[in-house]
Write a protein that binds this ligand. Sequence first.
Ligand SMILES: [Zn+2]
Length: 344
Amino acid sequence: MSSPPRKRVSGVKLWIGLAVTPVVVVATFLLVLPLIPSWRNAEASALMAASPAPIDGARAYGYLKQLCDLGPRPAGTEVNNRQRQLVSDHFVKYGATVKEQPFRTRHPLTGKRVDMANLVGSWHPEKLQRVVLSAHYDTRPEPDEEVDPVRHKMPFLGANDGASGVALLMELAHHLNDLKCPWGVDLVLFDGEELVYGNNPRQGEYFLGSKEFARRYADQLERGRPRFRYVAGFVLDMVGGTNLALAQEPNSLKLAPDLVREVWGVARQLGAKSFRFTEGREVLDDHLPLNNVGIPTIDIIDFDYPYWHKADDLPENCSAQSLAEVGRVLSAWLTLPRKTKSKR
Ligand SMILES: [Zn+2]
């Protein structure tokens, strides 16, 4: 699921000799001005305008524990269905219109039919420009990063890899009716992100839910529906670990660079220290299918979480503070004033 990091792209550098005249200085500045990355403007506006919602980290962490209390939640299981119903009721309670996107696959080991469904909770469904905030809600069937065969057989609860993103979406749901946001917001739970066994060899296919979501969106665009467009997308994956460290993910930087820089600009303004200004490891994740259908989408992920795909991916290795920090940044980004409607 990863490959070595790439080299950072260096910023625009401007060197001016001491002997040049003021006219040359001004002319050079005017020439270079358009080359200065747009995120600096975004960061400047963030400096004035970032205003986070009153995210309740303890409540978000409570949701994380509640989801883990259900037990392991792999795609196609009864517990996974119960989780979807729980979140669906929650979204409706806080003002969403909820839809499901059913789809199916074959189980990678048994070949039996597996029924799955994405969940889409829409706030302000009448708005034609929309943002999608997403997380996968299925958990890995086994903790297959455990080399010890006994630990490999232990249940995998996915407190961070699964529950953290869903819990944060549940917390955000409390705030979306009141948020001063120019767009409609869809909170989306992807099923079948990792109905996968082992890594080498690997059995199963990643990202079934986000592929289904992207396929439906592209299909509808082709047929002239929906009338709305997604202007930006976020994947939240492992955002609740203690000592959270969110480096900028290379595929996100490549596919949706303005979005990365805006969000990290907001984080800097808010003093959200878990957002790191370094390039992290490249991750293949649910953001790729969305980018493939024209939704600029970034992956907010701590891929160095030490309990990734291990039996100790448990609530005690997650923190309310981490969830709150990511929630504050996202809610503030949603409220940034926009100069032009068409830009985003
Ligand atoms: Zn995983």
